[in-house]
Design a protein around this ligand. Structure first.
Ligand SMILES: Nc1nc2c(c(=O)[nH]1)N(C=O)[C@@H](CNc1ccc(C(=O)N[C@@H](CCC(=O)O)C(=O)O)cc1)CN2
Ligand SMILES: Nc1nc2c(ncn2[C@@H]2O[C@H](COP(=O)(O)OP(=O)(O)OP(=O)(O)O)[C@@H](O)[C@H]2O)c(=O)[nH]1
Ligand SMILES: [Mg+2]
Length: 460
């Protein structure tokens, strides 16, 4: 570390995906990038930001590869430091040899996320952008990738920065008012502070709604299909997945282990788990299957409780259907009752809202009515196209900070209304600003940085 807290060593890593490929890139970042590259390429001159044909050699001067080198002198590089990329042939053994040669010449191998971390430390990107890089790389649907790209270009950061600016504006005003204790109350009233706080709350809520959707698209929703044996759970999984992934038979107790399937509905990733039918069983294997089913239910965002509608009255108490003796659903877990086999019951397919959630009548075997379930899942995920202007990717971490910022803002509004106390309003606004600052990393602890960047892949 230098006195400024910025790193003074040079890191190296393979930047391309592990495994074989046409081309593989070894990237260096740090003050010795140029001298290390000169050793590897036997001193070939590199014009900044131009590709140059080079031969790459190991510590003994033996030829390793015929490739291209690309030099980005700091601060005009991805990390803000001197960066050199060696575009080699994409063989993993060869690329490792190039990395070893770089290390022999003075570099050290990078930790996961270390390139992005340096870009952050050099103010090239903020935290939401760094997280967007990881999200872009890890996204499993096109919608998630598009959202991450928008966060990377700073769409989310700009929304947070706008909120922070509004908070600062209010803080300045309120703190100025405190300098005139005699007229403080009038000052606050004249400045329309109450209305401005309310306005800020509206803006914050809009960002929260967008962030919640972004987080949903990023993380998806975990759906657990549960119910009595033979209700048609595996048939429903197959209908949602659009292929015969699970074994379906008329033998009660067909599914004994968990079956996982990942699909997406209009870009919303769904992690679906089919489970063993819940019943009292003496069979050791089935018992274990049921134990695993119950454990999955505890982790679910939503449970699809499948029942054979041909044995069911018109109105049912969902709680009564929950198999007796089975642990209740955790708070906050959504429940949708699926009346299956409507071809046998004769009930028209469709959806009705109930006190505790929704009831959907369908036929899993033919797929009739499954589209209604898909639409319902989009709705409960909050993916209402009318809600969001520009979607961006967001994480739980962001939602938590936004929620804390909101609590301080609500408290500030109450302090102003109930006590008219500028000092308390100012303190709440300061805390609110800190929470927002955590999102972009304007004020962030080292521990949080460690958590974020260590989840990256190496070479990023
Ligand atoms: N070969 C290669 N492809 C890549 C990257 C890379 O590092 N190398 N990237 C990285 O992971 C991404 C592109 N991101 C980049 C971001 C900034 C700069 C950069 O040089 N920024 C300078 C100059 C700005 C300019 O000229 O527009 C700067 O910010 O000052 C380069 C790449 C995706 N593709
Ligand atoms: N008529 C009709 N039969 C269905 C429907 N859905 C499933 N079945 C039949 O019901 C039987 C049980 O279906 P599964 O999907 O294996 O049921 P399950 O809930 O996974 O059963 P277990 O794995 O044993 O707990 C099979 O014979 C299916 O063909 C439906 O909508 N209509
Ligand atoms: Mg089954």
């Amino acid at each position: 570390m230098t006195l400024t807290g910025l790193p003074d060593d040079t890191i190296v890593a393979i930047a391309t995906a592990p495994g074989r490929g046409g081309v593989g890139i070894v990237r260096l970042s740090g003050p010795q990038s140029d001298t290390i590259t000169a050793r590897l390429t036997q001193g070939t001159a590199l014009k900044p930001r131009h590709a140059t044909r080079v031969t790459v050699h190991d510590a003994n001067g033996e030829l390793l590869d015929d490739g291209l080198a690309l030099r980005f002198p700091g601060p005009h590089s991805f990390t803000g430091e001197d960066v050199v990329e060696l575009h080699c042939h994409g063989g993993p053994i060869l690329l490792d040899l190039v990395v070893q040669a770089a290390c022999h010449a003075g570099a050290r191998t990078a930790l996961p996320g270390e390139f992005s971390r340096r870009a952050f430390l050099n103010d090239k990107i903020d935290l939401t952008q760094a997280e967007a890089i990881a999200d872009l790389i890890n996204s499993t649907t096109a919608a998630a990738a598009r959202n991450a790209s928008r966060s990377l270009t700073g769409v989310f950061s700009a929304r947070i920065d706008a909120l922070v600016e509004a908070v600062i504006g209010l803080r300045v005003y309120v703190e100025a008012a405190m300098d005139f204790p005699e007229e403080e109350v009038d000052f606050l009233a004249e400045g329309d502070v109450g209305a401005r706080l309310e306005d800020l709350l509206t803006q914050l809520d809009a960002v929260m709604t967008a962030a919640r959707q972004g987080s949903r698209i990023r993380e998806g929703m975990k759906l657990v299909i549960a119910g009595a044996p033979n209700a048609g759970k595996s048939s429903l999984l197959n209908a949602l997945a659009g292929r015969d992934t699970a074994i379906v038979t008329d033998v009660a107790g067909t599914t004994r282990d968990l079956l996982h399937e990942n699909i997406d509905i209009d870009g919303l990733p769904l992690h679906i788990v089919d489970t063993a039918g819940l019943r009292d069983s003496a069979d050791a294997v089935e018992k274990e299957g049921i134990r695993r089913a119950l454990a999955e239910i505890q982790e679910a965002d939503r449970v699809l409780l499948v029942v054979d509608d041909s044995h069911l009255p018109d109105t049912v108490d969902q709680a009564m259907l929950w198999p007796p003796g089975i642990v209740p659903l955790p708070d906050g877990t959504g429940l949708t009752l699926i009346r299956n086999k409507c071809d046998l019951s004769g009930r028209p397919s469709g959806i009705v809202a109930t006190e505790t959630g929704a009831e959907i009548t369908l036929c899993a075997r033919s797929g009739f009515g499954v589209e209604t379930l898909r639409q319902h899942l989009r709705d409960v995920a909050g993916l209402d196209a009318s809600v969001v202007e520009t979607p961006f990717s967001a994480r739980r971490r962001h939602l938590e900070s936004l929620a804390r910022a909101r609590r301080y803002l609500v408290s500030a509004i109450a302090q102003l209304r109930d006590a008219g106390a500028g000092e308390l309003v100012a303190e709440d606004l300061r805390c609110c600003q800190d929470q927002l600052g955590d999102i972009t990393g304007r004020v962030t602890s080292d521990q949080l940085l460690g958590e974020i960047f260590s989840s990256f892949c190496i070479g990023k």
